[in-house]
Design a protein around this ligand. Structure first.
Ligand code: FPP
Length: 256
Protein backbone atom coordinates (compact mmCIF):
# COMPACT_ATOMS: atom_id res chain seq x y z
CA UNK A 1 0.00 0.00 0.00
CA UNK A 2 1.54 3.36 -0.97
CA UNK A 3 2.36 5.56 2.01
CA UNK A 4 -0.16 8.19 1.10
CA UNK A 5 -3.04 5.69 1.31
CA UNK A 6 -2.55 5.85 5.07
CA UNK A 7 -3.05 9.59 4.96
CA UNK A 8 -6.20 9.67 2.92
CA UNK A 9 -9.01 7.23 3.46
CA UNK A 10 -12.60 7.00 2.46
CA UNK A 11 -14.73 6.26 5.51
CA UNK A 12 -17.12 3.93 3.71
CA UNK A 13 -16.02 0.82 5.59
CA UNK A 14 -16.15 2.20 9.12
CA UNK A 15 -16.49 3.34 11.76
CA UNK A 16 -14.97 0.72 14.04
CA UNK A 17 -14.87 2.95 17.12
CA UNK A 18 -17.65 5.41 17.93
CA UNK A 19 -17.50 7.70 20.98
CA UNK A 20 -20.69 9.25 22.30
CA UNK A 21 -21.34 12.35 24.40
CA UNK A 22 -24.80 11.44 25.67
CA UNK A 23 -26.14 14.94 26.16
CA UNK A 24 -29.66 16.23 26.79
CA UNK A 25 -31.03 14.06 29.61
CA UNK A 26 -31.87 17.10 31.74
CA UNK A 27 -33.64 18.97 28.91
CA UNK A 28 -35.57 15.83 27.96
CA UNK A 29 -36.90 15.55 31.53
CA UNK A 30 -37.56 19.28 31.95
CA UNK A 31 -39.55 19.38 28.70
CA UNK A 32 -41.87 16.79 30.23
CA UNK A 33 -42.09 18.43 33.67
CA UNK A 34 -40.14 15.50 35.15
CA UNK A 35 -37.21 15.52 37.59
CA UNK A 36 -33.79 15.43 35.87
CA UNK A 37 -33.19 12.01 37.44
CA UNK A 38 -35.90 10.62 35.13
CA UNK A 39 -33.97 11.95 32.14
CA UNK A 40 -30.84 10.15 33.31
CA UNK A 41 -32.84 6.97 33.89
CA UNK A 42 -34.23 7.12 30.35
CA UNK A 43 -30.65 7.80 29.25
CA UNK A 44 -29.69 4.35 30.52
CA UNK A 45 -32.40 2.80 28.32
CA UNK A 46 -31.05 4.74 25.34
CA UNK A 47 -27.55 3.48 26.13
CA UNK A 48 -28.81 -0.13 26.17
CA UNK A 49 -30.54 0.33 22.79
CA UNK A 50 -27.42 1.92 21.31
CA UNK A 51 -25.04 -0.78 22.56
CA UNK A 52 -27.34 -3.44 21.14
CA UNK A 53 -27.53 -1.73 17.73
CA UNK A 54 -23.80 -1.03 17.37
CA UNK A 55 -22.51 -4.46 16.22
CA UNK A 56 -25.16 -4.59 13.45
CA UNK A 57 -23.58 -1.41 12.03
CA UNK A 58 -20.12 -2.96 12.00
CA UNK A 59 -18.99 -1.05 15.11
CA UNK A 60 -16.53 -2.95 17.34
CA UNK A 61 -16.06 -0.39 20.11
CA UNK A 62 -18.26 2.23 21.78
CA UNK A 63 -16.94 4.76 24.29
CA UNK A 64 -19.59 6.69 26.21
CA UNK A 65 -19.27 9.68 28.53
CA UNK A 66 -21.13 8.76 31.74
CA UNK A 67 -19.69 11.19 34.28
CA UNK A 68 -17.02 13.83 33.86
CA UNK A 69 -14.50 15.17 36.38
CA UNK A 70 -16.52 18.43 36.10
CA UNK A 71 -19.87 16.76 36.90
CA UNK A 72 -18.97 16.78 40.63
CA UNK A 73 -20.01 20.46 40.59
CA UNK A 74 -23.67 19.45 40.02
CA UNK A 75 -26.02 19.41 43.05
CA UNK A 76 -25.27 16.49 45.42
CA UNK A 77 -28.64 14.89 44.67
CA UNK A 78 -27.92 14.73 40.92
CA UNK A 79 -24.40 13.39 41.53
CA UNK A 80 -25.92 10.69 43.70
CA UNK A 81 -28.50 9.89 40.96
CA UNK A 82 -25.70 9.49 38.41
CA UNK A 83 -23.80 7.14 40.76
CA UNK A 84 -27.03 5.19 41.22
CA UNK A 85 -27.24 4.71 37.45
CA UNK A 86 -23.98 2.77 37.44
CA UNK A 87 -25.35 0.52 40.17
CA UNK A 88 -28.58 -0.15 38.27
CA UNK A 89 -26.99 -0.41 34.81
CA UNK A 90 -24.46 -2.98 35.95
CA UNK A 91 -27.00 -4.85 38.08
CA UNK A 92 -29.50 -5.07 35.22
CA UNK A 93 -27.20 -5.50 32.23
CA UNK A 94 -23.86 -7.06 33.19
CA UNK A 95 -24.99 -10.67 32.65
CA UNK A 96 -26.40 -9.85 29.21
CA UNK A 97 -23.25 -7.96 28.21
CA UNK A 98 -21.09 -10.81 29.43
CA UNK A 99 -23.10 -13.37 27.43
CA UNK A 100 -23.06 -11.16 24.33
CA UNK A 101 -19.25 -11.17 24.29
CA UNK A 102 -18.89 -7.54 25.37
CA UNK A 103 -15.80 -6.49 27.28
CA UNK A 104 -16.54 -3.61 29.66
CA UNK A 105 -13.81 -1.15 30.52
CA UNK A 106 -14.25 1.92 32.71
CA UNK A 107 -12.09 4.94 31.86
CA UNK A 108 -11.22 7.64 34.36
CA UNK A 109 -10.00 8.06 37.90
CA UNK A 110 -11.10 5.60 40.56
CA UNK A 111 -9.96 7.95 43.35
CA UNK A 112 -12.89 9.99 44.63
CA UNK A 113 -15.55 7.44 43.67
CA UNK A 114 -17.62 5.73 46.40
CA UNK A 115 -16.13 2.36 47.45
CA UNK A 116 -19.13 0.35 46.29
CA UNK A 117 -18.96 1.94 42.83
CA UNK A 118 -15.26 1.03 42.59
CA UNK A 119 -16.15 -2.56 43.53
CA UNK A 120 -18.94 -2.65 40.91
CA UNK A 121 -16.59 -1.29 38.22
CA UNK A 122 -13.87 -3.78 39.14
CA UNK A 123 -16.40 -6.63 39.00
CA UNK A 124 -17.76 -5.53 35.61
CA UNK A 125 -14.24 -5.36 34.18
CA UNK A 126 -13.14 -8.68 35.69
CA UNK A 127 -16.29 -10.57 34.65
CA UNK A 128 -15.99 -9.47 31.02
CA UNK A 129 -12.18 -9.32 30.66
CA UNK A 130 -12.11 -12.48 28.49
CA UNK A 131 -14.63 -11.13 25.95
CA UNK A 132 -13.37 -9.86 22.61
CA UNK A 133 -16.39 -9.46 20.33
CA UNK A 134 -17.11 -5.89 21.35
CA UNK A 135 -15.50 -3.30 23.62
CA UNK A 136 -17.72 -0.98 25.68
CA UNK A 137 -15.75 1.79 27.37
CA UNK A 138 -17.62 3.86 29.93
CA UNK A 139 -15.89 7.12 30.84
CA UNK A 140 -16.77 7.71 34.47
CA UNK A 141 -15.06 10.32 36.65
CA UNK A 142 -13.19 10.98 33.41
CA UNK A 143 -11.67 14.14 31.99
CA UNK A 144 -9.51 14.29 28.87
CA UNK A 145 -6.98 16.66 30.44
CA UNK A 146 -6.76 14.60 33.63
CA UNK A 147 -6.21 11.47 31.53
CA UNK A 148 -3.30 13.07 29.66
CA UNK A 149 -1.77 14.28 32.95
CA UNK A 150 -2.15 10.78 34.44
CA UNK A 151 -0.51 9.23 31.36
CA UNK A 152 2.46 11.61 31.65
CA UNK A 153 2.77 10.83 35.37
CA UNK A 154 2.71 7.08 34.64
CA UNK A 155 5.58 7.51 32.23
CA UNK A 156 7.62 9.60 34.69
CA UNK A 157 6.96 7.04 37.47
CA UNK A 158 8.01 4.19 35.17
CA UNK A 159 11.25 5.99 34.28
CA UNK A 160 12.00 6.78 37.95
CA UNK A 161 11.34 3.14 38.87
CA UNK A 162 13.61 1.92 36.07
CA UNK A 163 10.72 0.23 34.21
CA UNK A 164 11.05 2.54 31.19
CA UNK A 165 13.97 4.34 29.64
CA UNK A 166 12.58 5.77 26.42
CA UNK A 167 11.67 9.42 25.84
CA UNK A 168 8.19 10.79 26.49
CA UNK A 169 6.77 10.77 22.97
CA UNK A 170 3.35 10.23 21.41
CA UNK A 171 3.68 6.46 21.54
CA UNK A 172 4.84 6.21 25.17
CA UNK A 173 2.27 8.75 26.36
CA UNK A 174 -0.49 6.95 24.43
CA UNK A 175 0.35 3.74 26.27
CA UNK A 176 -0.49 5.42 29.58
CA UNK A 177 -3.90 6.74 28.52
CA UNK A 178 -6.93 4.94 29.88
CA UNK A 179 -7.95 4.14 26.27
CA UNK A 180 -4.64 2.38 25.49
CA UNK A 181 -5.20 -0.73 23.40
CA UNK A 182 -8.61 0.34 22.07
CA UNK A 183 -8.98 0.92 18.33
CA UNK A 184 -8.46 4.55 17.22
CA UNK A 185 -11.55 6.71 17.71
CA UNK A 186 -13.12 7.19 14.26
CA UNK A 187 -15.98 9.47 15.19
CA UNK A 188 -17.18 11.44 18.21
CA UNK A 189 -20.93 11.98 18.31
CA UNK A 190 -22.63 14.55 20.53
CA UNK A 191 -26.38 14.63 20.91
CA UNK A 192 -28.65 17.52 21.92
CA UNK A 193 -27.39 20.10 19.42
CA UNK A 194 -24.46 21.34 21.53
CA UNK A 195 -21.21 21.68 19.58
CA UNK A 196 -18.24 21.05 21.86
CA UNK A 197 -16.08 18.25 23.28
CA UNK A 198 -16.44 19.15 26.98
CA UNK A 199 -13.08 17.59 27.91
CA UNK A 200 -13.93 14.21 26.33
CA UNK A 201 -11.17 12.17 24.64
CA UNK A 202 -9.01 15.22 23.89
CA UNK A 203 -5.96 13.22 22.81
CA UNK A 204 -7.97 10.61 20.91
CA UNK A 205 -10.01 13.30 19.10
CA UNK A 206 -6.97 14.42 17.06
CA UNK A 207 -8.24 12.94 13.77
CA UNK A 208 -11.70 11.77 14.77
CA UNK A 209 -14.65 12.97 12.71
CA UNK A 210 -17.14 15.04 14.73
CA UNK A 211 -20.88 14.48 14.31
CA UNK A 212 -23.44 16.65 16.09
CA UNK A 213 -27.02 15.43 16.20
CA UNK A 214 -30.10 17.37 17.12
CA UNK A 215 -31.67 14.67 19.29
CA UNK A 216 -31.83 14.53 23.08
CA UNK A 217 -29.99 11.48 24.43
CA UNK A 218 -33.03 9.68 25.96
CA UNK A 219 -34.55 9.57 22.43
CA UNK A 220 -31.42 7.97 20.96
CA UNK A 221 -31.01 4.40 19.72
CA UNK A 222 -30.49 2.35 16.55
CA UNK A 223 -31.86 5.04 14.24
CA UNK A 224 -29.68 7.84 15.64
CA UNK A 225 -26.58 5.66 15.53
CA UNK A 226 -27.28 4.57 11.93
CA UNK A 227 -27.60 8.25 10.96
CA UNK A 228 -24.28 9.08 12.67
CA UNK A 229 -22.60 6.17 10.84
CA UNK A 230 -24.06 7.38 7.51
CA UNK A 231 -22.69 10.89 8.16
CA UNK A 232 -19.28 9.41 8.99
CA UNK A 233 -19.27 7.36 5.78
CA UNK A 234 -19.80 10.52 3.76
CA UNK A 235 -16.65 12.08 5.19
CA UNK A 236 -13.27 12.06 3.49
CA UNK A 237 -10.61 11.37 6.12
CA UNK A 238 -7.20 12.78 5.28
CA UNK A 239 -5.28 12.61 8.58
CA UNK A 240 -3.39 15.76 7.63
CA UNK A 241 -2.60 14.46 4.14
CA UNK A 242 -4.16 15.57 0.87
CA UNK A 243 -7.28 14.33 -0.81
CA UNK A 244 -6.55 12.23 -3.92
CA UNK A 245 -8.79 14.60 -5.92
CA UNK A 246 -6.77 17.66 -4.82
CA UNK A 247 -3.56 15.87 -5.79
CA UNK A 248 -4.85 15.00 -9.24
CA UNK A 249 -6.21 18.53 -9.76
CA UNK A 250 -3.07 20.36 -8.58
CA UNK A 251 -0.95 20.12 -11.79
CA UNK A 252 -3.88 21.18 -13.95
CA UNK A 253 -4.47 24.20 -11.72
CA UNK A 254 -0.75 25.05 -11.71
CA UNK A 255 -0.74 24.85 -15.51
CA UNK A 256 -3.37 27.50 -15.46
C1 FPP B 1 -25.68 14.84 30.03
O1 FPP B 1 -27.00 15.31 30.11
C2 FPP B 1 -25.60 13.48 30.53
C3 FPP B 1 -24.91 13.13 31.66
C4 FPP B 1 -24.18 14.07 32.50
C5 FPP B 1 -24.91 11.74 32.10
C6 FPP B 1 -25.01 10.70 31.05
C7 FPP B 1 -25.44 9.45 31.65
C8 FPP B 1 -26.30 8.58 31.07
C9 FPP B 1 -26.86 8.73 29.73
C10 FPP B 1 -26.71 7.38 31.77
C11 FPP B 1 -25.89 6.18 31.48
C12 FPP B 1 -24.58 6.25 32.14
C13 FPP B 1 -24.00 5.26 32.83
C14 FPP B 1 -22.67 5.48 33.38
C15 FPP B 1 -24.64 3.98 33.12
P1 FPP B 1 -27.30 16.64 30.92
O2 FPP B 1 -27.75 16.26 32.29
O3 FPP B 1 -26.12 17.55 30.89
O4 FPP B 1 -28.50 17.20 30.08
P2 FPP B 1 -28.82 18.73 29.80
O5 FPP B 1 -27.66 19.29 29.03
O6 FPP B 1 -30.08 18.65 28.99
O7 FPP B 1 -29.02 19.39 31.14
Amino acid sequence: MPAESHLSAASSDGPRHVALIMDGNGRWAEARGLPRAMGHREGVQALKRTVEAAPRLGIRCLTVFGFSTENWSRPAEEVSDLMGLVRSYVASDLKRLERAGVRVRVLGRRAGLPDDIIAIIDRAEATTAHNDKFLLQVAFNYGGRADIVDAARRHVDAVLAGRATGPLDEESLGLGLSTAGAPPVDVIVRTSGEHRLSNFLLWEAAYAELVYQDVLWPDYGAEGLADAVAQYRNRDRRFGGRAPLAEAAAPALAAG
